[in-house]
Design a protein. Structure first.
Lengths: 373, 239
């Protein structure tokens, strides 16, 4: 540590350059992770928030709500299965609404209309207003992003291409579904919107898209056996089935992976070149008795210090960036992810310095003695 | 048995198809408190000799006993430890760590060995003071003159209180006044601290400070009487 700090102070410019590169890499890693997190939140926040462990879909729907149609009557049967503590049905449809309370409103807003059973574990808590009522199917609760679009409690939403109307009675937070703000309504209301056209319900009694199950270690194979027309998957698999979810996350993850690999090589090469440059100096230190351990520790602690400071600066810059990004950007920093990537970067930079440590062990202290005959 | 002993040490280098005999059956004993010089033309095997004495190179044949330890029997890790504890190297100039100041050059030796104690700092200060560097403690090597750098290197060599001092052309880059000062310092420090000291040099002006002079030629080491201490003393007193 002693040599490391002394040298950092002595070679400010050299280490500043490496530091800046690390900062930029860290910054980009954190921004990408924020973007990835933001996108996946936008895509599936409602699913993620739900206190459910498994989802039952129609067989063949490949874990997608939009491809699945089941009867609500299954809820009761599923609730009786081993390890299932609760089950509740859900329906989802996309829609476009106008604010009917404003006479001159021409601004259409896309929303996700989610039908749930009022009072069930699927209903999110309102942050403003009141929750859903089973009896009053006009009332809905909406994600608070609609507030920013000018919607208030008491506003009437007119659904395009439908005669149905909805009245906002409460707001919920952080509820987005398929990249759209979620509006929760009763299952009956949802059905009257989704299956307005005759025959669109395929003759299923009280159709729903999926049934959420609560409970650990649910035996999905057994459920499949009992109810031939269903498939039960974990919530995580259902989230993967959200439209675009896998693709978005895959892209971001690939970029992150490349970035981390690049950072490993960039830092590794930098420190290797620095080490080569100092190989005579290390030779002398070895000649006067420095062990490989001593010199190796100096290198590793130097890389650690430099990376640590750079990563911290990167984190600060990222949070600074988050402040100036427009609200519409799907950017959300998850502290857990930030810490995870910070540690990952730190580990990668230390691993990359091991190449230099290896080089040190190979340096012959003999080169300290002038010219060898 | 303290000091350093060479017993029939040979070193053979493979150079392409040829074998070069750099050291040929060298035997030598340097006692504690003794300061010897090895002189000879370049290519005579002086550096090989020093490298073997400094546990940086293994002899092809024969053995080196340093402070009772046979160097052939030590593992690389133990050799590093031995260099740290028993050997003080004075290398050619500019072999200081560029980003450490004079005091730190000495303290880093202690850090290599483990913890830095308060007494070590005092000892380093005292050493530097005795070498006339008291005013230069905070200076970096680039801010020092050649002589000051070499004196720092001398102080560094003595820092771990080694039993043997090895000096490799310590006067190579110094003018003759500085060169005399530096060798005199090595001689004084070796004597007063009771070290066995070996200096490899081609600078014959410096031999008056040595107890014995050996001449290296084609890998063979011969005691050179013409430079005997008594004789030199006599000459210098006459002059």
């Amino acid at each position: 540590m002693f040599l490391a700090i002394k040298e950092l102070k002595h070679g400010k410019l050299r280490f500043l350059m490496i530091g800046v590169i690390t900062v930029l890499i860290a910054w980009l890693v954190f921004i990408l992770s924020g973007l990835g997190n933001g996108l996946s939140t936008l895509s599936a926040a409602t699913f993620k928030n739900m206190d459910a462990n498994y989802v039952t879909f129609e067989d063949g729907s490949r874990s997608s709500m939009s491809r699945s149609l089941l009867s609500e009557s299954l809820v009761e049967k599923l609730e009786n299965q081993t390890n299932v503590s609760a089950a509740s049905a859900m329906g989802a449809t996309m829609g476009t609404v106008l604010n009917n309370s404003k006479s001159d409103d021409k601004e259409k807003v896309d929303i996700a209309i989610l039908g749930i059973t009022p009072g069930s574990f699927l209903e999110p808590n309102v942050i403003d207003g009141k929750p859903l009522q089973a009896k009053n199917s006009l009332e809905v609760i909406a994600n608070d992003t609609l507030k920013k679009k000018g919607f208030k409690i008491g506003d009437i939403l007119k659904i395009e291409g439908s005669l149905e109307k909805m009245k906002i009675v409460g707001f919920v937070k952080n509820e987005t579904y398929n990249h759209l703000p979620a509006v929760f309504t009763t299952l009956d209301k949802w059905r009257s919107i989704q299956f307005a056209a005759p025959g669109s319900d395929k003759g299923i009694e009280k159709p729903v898209n999926g049934i959420m199950l609560k409970g650990e270690n649910v035996d999905s194979a057994k459920i499949k056996q009992l109810f031939k027309n269903t498939e039960t998957v974990t919530k995580a698999a259902a989230i993967q089935g959200m439209p675009g979810y896998k693709e978005e996350n895959g892209t971001i993850t690939m970029m992150l992976a490349f970035l981390l690999a690049i950072s490993a090589f960039v830092l590794g090469v930098f420190f290797y070149v620095l080490t080569l440059q100092k190989s005579n100096q290390f030779g002398i230190l070895k000649a006067i008795g420095a062990s490989n351990r001593f010199l190796g520790r100096a290198i590793v602690s130097q890389v650690f210090l430099l990376s640590f400071i750079s990563i911290v600066v990167g984190i600060l810059l990222t949070y600074g960036t988050a402040l100036i990004l427009p609200d519409e950007m799907p950017f959300s920093l998850d502290l857990k992810l930030v810490v995870l990537y910070a540690l990952l970067l730190l580990v990668i930079s230390i691993l990359s310095s091991l190449v230099s440590v290896r080089k040190i062990t190979k340096i012959d202290p003999l080169q300290a003695i002038g010219r060898m005959e | 048995m303290s000091g350093i002993q060479f017993k029939n040490v040979s070193k053979l280098y493979q150079q392409g198809e040829n074998q070069v005999l750099a050291l040929d059956e060298i035997s030598l004993t340097v006692e504690q408190g003794e300061f010897i010089a090895v002189i000879g033309p370049s290519g005579s095997g002086k550096s090989t000799f020093l490298a073997i004495a400094g546990a940086l190179l293994h002899p092809s044949k024969g053995e080196v006993i340093l402070n009772g330890k046979n160097l052939n029997e030590l593992k690389p890790k133990d050799l590093a430890q031995l260099r740290l504890e028993e050997i003080g190297f004075i290398l050619q100039t500019s072999n200081l760590v560029p980003y450490l100041n004079v005091l730190e050059q000495l303290l880093v030796v202690k850090r290599m060995a483990g913890k830095l104690a308060k007494a070590d700092k005092e000892y380093a200060n005292e050493l530097l003071q005795s070498l006339g560097l008291a005013a230069k403690l905070g200076k970096l090597p680039e801010q020092l003159s050649g002589g000051e750098r070499q004196r720092t290197a001398i102080a560094r060599a003595f820092m771990n209180n080694p039993s043997i001092i090895l000096a490799d052309e310590p006067t190579a880059s110094l003018d003759s006044k500085r060169a005399h000062e530096v060798v005199q310092l090595i001689a004084n420090e070796a004597k007063s601290r009771n070290k066995a000291a070996i200096m490899v040099t081609h600078d014959e002006r410096m031999l008056e400070y040595c107890d014995k002079v050996y001449r290296m030629e084609d890998g063979r080491l011969k005691h050179d009487d013409s430079f005997s201490h008594e004789k030199l003393k006599a000459i210098s007193s006459k002059g």
